[in-house]
Design a binder for this molecule. Structure first.
Ligand code: ADP
Ligand code: ADP
Length: 228
C-alpha cells in the first residue's frame, strides 16, 4: 500500500533521511519507532509529499507520488489522511466545522456534507460534541476530531504523526483502540510514527526501527520485539 525506495532528504548539512526503504502492506498498522531527530517526521512528510525527497520514490495505493505535480498531488492527498500530535484543529470552528473543512475544499455539496460529518462524528464517538469548539474539548476528544477530519475524504491510508504523544496513558489507550477498530472495520492501512515502544507493542503489526535517518531493522512485530 505504501512503498518508499531509496529516500534521501537533507536540510543544509543535516541528513534527515539517508536512504530509506519502506514497504507497508494493505490493511496493516505499521509503526516507525525511533528517538527524536531520527528522521521519522521527515519520512512521514515524504510519504504524502508535504516534503519532497531529494532522491527516491514513494508510491501510495499504486500511485507514484514522487512523479506527480502539485495539482495532481492535491487530489492524491485526499486518499491519504493525516493526524497530528497537537491535533491542528481550527479553534474558531466547531467540531462539525472542522470535520466539514476538507469536504468543503473537495467541493462536496452542503447537504451531503452535513450527512457525512454526522456519520464521521458518530464513527469516532463524539457525535454529542458536534457544536462544541476545540477549546472546550479534552485532548482525547480533540484527537477524535482530528481522526474524523482525516477520514473525511475516505482515505485508504492514514498517517499518524506522534498521535498520542500529547495524551495521558488512559487516553492514549482509548485512541489506539479507536485506530485499531478503524483498521479492522474499514480496512484502513495506518502508518504511525512514535518514540514510544508501548504504542508499537499495543497496536502495530509491523515495525521499523529508525536511527540517524536510516532504518536499522524492520519486520513483523512478533519477530522483531521478542527476544529468543
Ligand atoms: P523525528 O521526527 O524522528 O524527531 P525529524 O524528521 O523531525 O526527526 O528530523 C530529522 C533531522 O532533520 C533532525 O536533525 C532535524 O533537526 C532535521 N530537520 C527536520 N526538519 C527540518 C527542517 N525543516 N529544517 C531543518 N532541519 C530539519
Ligand atoms: P463553522 O461555522 O464552525 O464552520 P458550521 O455550523 O458552519 O460550523 O458547520 C460546518 C459544517 O458542519 C456544515 O457543512 C454543516 O452542515 C455541518 N454541521 C454543523 N453542525 C452539525 C451537526 N450538529 N451535525 C452534523 N453536521 C453539522
Amino acid at each position: 500500500m505504501i512503498q518508499a525506495s531509496g529516500l534521501r532528504k537533507s536540510y543544509g548539512s543535516t541528513v534527515a533521511l539517508d536512504g530509506v526503504d519502506l514497504d507497508v502492506r494493505q490493511g496493516e498498522i505499521f509503526g516507525v519507532l525511533g528517538q527524536s531527530g531520527a528522521g521519522k517526521s521527515t519520512l512521514l512528510r515524504c510519504v504524502n509529499l508535504l516534503e519532497r525527497p531529494d532522491q527516491g520514490t514513494v508510491t501510495v495505493a499504486g500511485q507514484e507520488m514522487t512523479a506527480l505535480g502539485e495539482r495532481e498531488l492535491r487530489a492524491a492527498r485526499q486518499r491519504i489522511g493525516m493526524i497530528h500530535q497537537h491535533f491542528a484543529l481550527l479553534s474558531s470552528r466547531t467540531v462539525a466545522g472542522n470535520v466539514a473543512f476538507p469536504l468543503e475544499v473537495m467541493g462536496v455539496a452542503r447537504s451531503e456534507r452535513a450527512a457525512r460529518v454526522a456519520e464521521l462524528l458518530d464513527l469516532v464517538g463524539i457525535a454529542d460534541k458536534a457544536d462544541a469548539h476545540p477549546g472546550q474539548l479534552s485532548g482525547g476528544q480533540k484527537q477524535r476530531v482530528g481522526i474524523a477530519r482525516a477520514l473525511a475524504g475516505n482515505p485508504s491510508v492514514l498517517l499518524a504523526d506522534e498521535a498520542t504523544s500529547a495524551l495521558d496513558p488512559g487516553t492514549t489507550a482509548s485512541i489506539l483502540a479507536l485506530l485499531k477498530r478503524l483498521n479492522t472495520e474499514l480496512g484502513l492501512t495506518i502508518l504511525l510514527i512514535t518514540h514510544e515502544m508501548n504504542v508499537v507493542k499495543s497496536v502495530c503489526d509491523s515495525v521499523a526501527i529508525m536511527t540517524g535517518g536510516r532504518i536499522e531493522e524492520s519486520g513483523p512485530i512478533r519477530q522483531l520485539l521478542t527476544t529468543p
